[in-house]
Ligand binder design. Sequence first.
Ligand code: PEP
Ligand code: MN
Length: 377
Amino acid sequence: MKIENLKDWGFDLKRPWIIAGPCSVETEEQLLDTSKQIQKLGINIIRGGVWKPRTRPDTFEGVGSAALPWIQNVKKETGLSFMIEVGNPKHVEEALKHDIDILWIGARSTVNPFTVQEIAEAIRGVDIPVLVKNPINPDLALWIGAIERISRVGISRIAAIHRGFSSFQNTRYRNLPMWSIPIDLKRNLPEIPMICDPSHIGGSRDLIFEISQKAIDLDYDGLIIESHRDPDRAWSDAKQQITPTTLALIMKNLKYRTPTSEDKDFITQLEGLRDQIDHIDKELFEIMAQRMDIVEEIGLYKKRNNVTVFQKDRWKEIYETRRLWAAKLNLNPEFMADLFKIIHDASIRRQEYIMNNPIETTEDEKHEFTGEHPDNV
Ligand code: PEP
Ligand code: MN
């Protein structure tokens, strides 16, 4: 798959790439005013929904095609670039007719391969960037599939937008971030630019900063943030939109980190610490090997005495004591309990193998178990 690096997309992009704009284009005046305020922050790409995929009918479903000439006017007046969501081939055709610069595929479209394929066919032969949001359900293959469909019609300026996953659980997020899924996407497609949408993940203004910072810490390439000149009166997603002034504050407070540093002291320090980690990990492995040896010894002992491999009370004791030890050492008890479950499972499997296979003990071992050693007999 050919994916163009963001810096070659032809926009004047600084890392992290920030896209902002209203959830929906409402009026020409709202769009012009909001866009001009956002432009003052050094942002040169504006988002705005024209056709809105709403969960229930009888809610505001976007201005529709009437908004496209407004966008053209605001483009002319400000020189900004615009991106909108397309959900079918008609949307694509209209967007292209009205000089839209970037298209995005929404979460409700990514879930449907028929829809994605139809959109892809409508874009075939056009050189326009396409951003693909994750599907609403946590299905990595669907997300990759949508990106592949767009790539196969000749689009090379492709990026992924992580907007979270819907869940039946009641959580503090509107859409669960499930960070491991975008990280897995990056593992599958290392060259794909990854953009975080904290507005749709959080669903509320006060989560935008925290989610954006996490994305930057995870080395995302950009952020797409909903911003409206008067969020409380927005026609859609009012709770999660922020004013351009708040956006400026968030951008100022975000800590930008780089994956590497040229600083000599930093490199020496980091190498020293990594060296220590390597040593500790090696010790962990050696200790784990010792533990496994004892597990095998116990397995043989159980076999000889016709005792079951799994003993409920022992597991309960392990689980409880390890959680306590973890808490005392300032380690996360849940994490250590999970880790111990994996270690315990592996030990049980090892002992089951011993039980079910003709593994004979050496003379030495036999005597160790009975306390008798041939030399002493
Ligand atoms: C949007 O960006 O306004 C939108 C509808 O997003 P999503 O497809 O992520 O729900
Ligand atoms: Mn929205």
